[in-house]
Design a protein around this ligand. Structure first.
Ligand SMILES: NC(=O)C1=CN([C@@H]2O[C@H](COP(=O)(O)OP(=O)(O)OC[C@H]3O[C@@H](n4cnc5c(N)ncnc54)[C@H](O)[C@@H]3O)[C@@H](O)[C@H]2O)C=CC1
Ligand SMILES: NCC(=O)COP(=O)(O)O
Length: 349
């Protein structure tokens, strides 16, 4: 295992057993472990063993009781912190009985990072609807992690979703909400808070001291000077002006249809978009296999692959591991940068 200058290993959750999370973790452990920062899995060892058999892969598991033991497991074995809530191996098919274990893994990983036992959490993809059906009322990891941090630390956090790939990084200001609710939820305050968190975490966790932010408009042609929608002038432009007055390198509102081509991208480090698909469509289209989803604005480091459960190929061996690998690598880099900066500071921490 390479020395990544981190004292604590990274906690990896498998996500929903209906998906490709277990497939990819098994593949990564078998093929890439030596090139990655130290990590351990929080999951059901029987799910991993069963999935490995389906995939025809050898898998030796070492059960651990705390993250520190991950450093001492025999070479070639995968350290696994077992769940209390047992799960079954159901590739391609969600099972309500698995929900408790899926949530437990996120809870325990977050607690371990907050306590300093783990350096970061890398989450495997969850099936959101399956969790909603089981009573989980948070839209996704992003919002749930903020909730967990608030429960533990007693103050609120604004989580910010960042999709970051080799040639494009994007942040959606509103996240998992219906498109019809976007205009009402999009306030100048939310845009400003999001951009301040982006600027602070780029500095503290991504090593870019003064990132250039390109702020998208909401309406076609950024509202065509108010002729095609008003939010660009009444909500977004005032937020950009305040950010600039505060010393943040922000430009916009920019027409969203022309801000993602290569020449335009050369002018910014991160595109701040007004809604989920405005950010995620360009990010996933340009680099589905290399893009990572990172959560900013929290007192913990969290990354994940950009893709979902891919239940249609779970258990088949066809899942590509690249985005998950990039997520583990980015979590390691963020932990190193945070450590050398001597802080876990975020704008709302
Ligand atoms: N971070 C998370 O937990 C995320 C969870 N999801 C959840 O995943 C579920 C499915 O979402 P979809 O929109 O269908 O997106 P998806 O990313 O799961 O699948 C879209 C298409 O890409 C393919 N694909 C995805 N990952 C792949 C990989 N690693 N290798 C090869 N092919 C891959 C799939 O087979 C499918 O054809 C939903 O329940 C959604 O909520 C979606 C995104 C992120
Ligand atoms: N489309 C991205 C996505 O749904 C990721 O959500 P989260 O579970 O990381 O909050």
């Amino acid at each position: 295992m390479r020395d990544f200058a981190m004292d604590a290993p990274i906690a990896v959750t498998l996500g929903d057993p209906s998906g490709v999370g277990p497939d990819i973790v098994i593949a990564i452990h078998g093929d890439h472990r030596a090139d990655l920062p130290a990590f351990f899995v929080i999951g059901d060892p029987d799910v991993l063993a069963s999935r490995a058999r389906r995939l025809g892969r050898d898998l030796a598991i070492a059960m651990i009781h705390n993250p520190a033991e991950a450093h001492g497991v025999p070479a070639g074995t995968l350290p696994v912190l077992p769940l209390v809530n047992r799960q079954s191996d159901t590739p391609g098919r969600t099972d309500p009985a698995n929900a408790a274990g899926t949530i437990e893994a996120i809870d325990r990983a977050t607690a371990l990072v907050l306590e300093g036992g783990a350096a970061a959490v890398v989450t495997g993809p969850i099936d959101k609807k399956a969790l909603y059906d089981a009573g989980f009322h948070h839209p996704g990891h992003t919002e749930y992690l903020a909730h967990l941090c608030q429960l533990r630390l007693g103050r609120p956090f604004t989580p910010v979703m960042l999709l970051t790939g080799p040639d494009l990084s994007c942040v959606p200001v509103t996240i998992h909400i219906p498109i019809a609710e976007v205009p009402a939820q999009l306030t100048a305050e939310l845009i400003e808070t999001t951009c301040r968190i982006v600027a602070a975490d780029y500095r503290a966790r991504l090593g870019i001291a003064r990132p250039r932010l390109a702020i998208a408009g909401l309406n076609p042609h950024a509202g065509e000077k108010g002729a095609i929608g008003t939010e660009d002038e009444t909500v977004i432009r005032p937020a950009v002006a305040r950010l600039r007055a505060a010393g943040i390198d922000a430009a916009g509102p920019l027409p969203a249809d022309t801000m993602f081509h290569p020449l335009a991208r050369a002018h910014y480090d991160v595109a701040v978009c007004m809604y989920h698909d405005q950010a995620l469509i360009p990010a996933k289209t340009l680099a589905f296999d290399q893009t990572v989803n990172a959560t900013l604005g929290l007192p913990i480091i969290r990354t994940s692959p950009d893709h979902g459960t891919a239940a249609d190929i779970a258990g088949s061996g066809d899942a590509r591991p690249d985005s998950f690998l990039a997520a583990i690598r980015l979590a390691g880099r963020m932990a190193e940068i945070g450590k050398s900066a001597g802080s876990t500071v975020t704008a709302n921490a």
